[in-house]
Design a protein around this ligand. Structure first.
Ligand SMILES: Cc1cc2nc3c(=O)[nH]c(=O)nc-3n(C[C@H](O)[C@H](O)[C@H](O)COP(=O)(O)O)c2cc1C
Length: 180
């Protein structure tokens, strides 16, 4: 089994999502891990048409994808958006048909760790992280699962509680079925 471990937080050691993705990947010890740190190794903005590339091949090769998706200015960090711009490629991860677009990816687990300073309901007018990440993975044929630590800027207590709840959810995910 291959795990693709992706981080996009700019907050280094203080990052909530980096703590959560590391915790989740730690639960899958022994598996092959492909690592993408989109802050240490940023992907340049896409110029021109997206076409098959090494990021698409890496995504296709993964069985489980664990992604840290902090909320920055109501959406994902631009570092993560740059990755989506590389992997959403017509003919590779989705295709257009007469009935509309069709996702081409199958049989992968996608676990997305979201952290936000405030609290947003999915689909509210300020929420463009969870709904966006769900939409783009569905567009490519996958149904992501979410682990959410929200309200982390509200107080130290709230932050600690949100992280503990998120880790408990990761434990339940790990216990309920195989990660693959
Ligand atoms: C550049 C920046 C923009 C942010 N924008 C928002 C925001 O729009 N809404 C929100 O609730 N929190 C916002 N926050 C707070 C982060 O969501 C919070 O710090 C969270 O822990 C980020 O995940 P990380 O710790 O893994 O980086 C922002 C933080 C930064 C650094």
């Amino acid at each position: 089994m291959t795990i693709l471990h992706i981080d996009s937080s700019t907050q280094g050691q203080a990052s909530v999502t980096r703590e959560l993705t590391a915790y989740a990947v730690g639960k899958m010890a022994g598996e092959k891990v492909d690592r993408l740190d989109l802050v240490a190794d940023p992907i340049p903005h896409l110029v021109g048409r997206p076409e098959a590339n090494a990021f698409v091949a890496q995504l296709k090769a993964a069985d489980t994808i664990v992604i840290g998706a902090p909320t920055y200015n109501f959406s994902v960090p631009s570092q993560l958006k740059a990755w989506f711009d590389r992997v959403a490629v017509a003919g590779e991860t989705f295709r257009y048909t007469e009935k509309g677009p069709e996702g081409l990816l199958r049989d992968k687990r996608v676990i997305v760790m979201i952290a936000s300073g405030g609290v947003y309901e999915e689909g509210s007018s300020f929420e463009h992280n969870q709904s966006y990440v769900r939409a783009i993975f569905q567009f490519m044929g996958l149904e992501p699962e979410f682990v959410i630590a929200n309200g982390v800027a509200m107080s130290e207590e709230r932050r600690a509680e949100a992280i503990a709840e998120a880790k408990a959810k990761i434990d339940r995910i790990a216990a309920s079925r195989e990660f693959a």
